[in-house]
Design a protein around this ligand. Structure first.
Ligand code: FMN
Length: 150
């Protein structure tokens, strides 16, 4: 089974989780980026609209599973991830969501609506990521759920 992780990360938290997961599931990884400052992209994350993503070399249509990894901005997945979801069709999806403490349900529902029901969800509150026991348990569970698809 071919797995791609597509992520956005501004300050590295989501990226660190993606690094650990990708090593465990042996996936390809693409980092999404775009022009535009934080404020405009925050507004677009909340109120809608798309960004022009910088070109990426890998096509998600060629993968059996696409893991979408995003921080929460203003209660939403970031606009770069939302744009990527609008631009592509995915066979199966899983989500990685990091945040500083606001509700998980809102961004989870929004990502599901843009794509489909995820086969697995991994979520972290930034401050609790340093609890390595919890982190390991959550990543183990996520990796197991993905490996069960194989
Ligand atoms: C512009 C902006 C908006 C944010 N909005 C929220 C929010 O609504 N809820 C929340 O829990 N965290 C919010 N955060 C915190 C990030 O989701 C959190 O720090 C995340 O782990 C950062 O991921 P990254 O380091 O991969 O960029 C926001 C951060 C930024 C920069």
């Amino acid at each position: 089974m071919r797995v791609l992780i597509a992520y956005y990360s501004k300050t590295g938290t989501t990226m660190k989780v993606v690094d650990e997961v990708s090593k465990r599931i042996n996936s390809d990884v693409i980092k999404l980026s775009s022009k535009g400052g934080t404020l405009i992209n925050l507004m677009k994350s909340i109120f809608g609209g798309k960004v022009e993503l910088d070109p990426v070399k890998l096509s998600p249509e060629n993968y059996d599973l696409v893991v979408l990894a995003t921080p929460v901005w203003g209660g939403n997945p970031v606009v770069q991830i939302k744009t990527f979801c609008k631009d592509h069709e995915f066979k199966n999806v899983a989500f990685i969501i990091t945040r500083s403490g606001s509700d998980l349900n809102g961004p989870l529902k929004k990502l599901t609506k843009l794509t489909k029901k995820p086969v697995a969800v991994l979520e972290f509150i930034k401050e609790t990521i340093s609890d390595s026991e919890t982190k390991k348990e959550k990543i183990d569970k996520f990796v197991k759920e993905i490996n069960e698809l194989k």
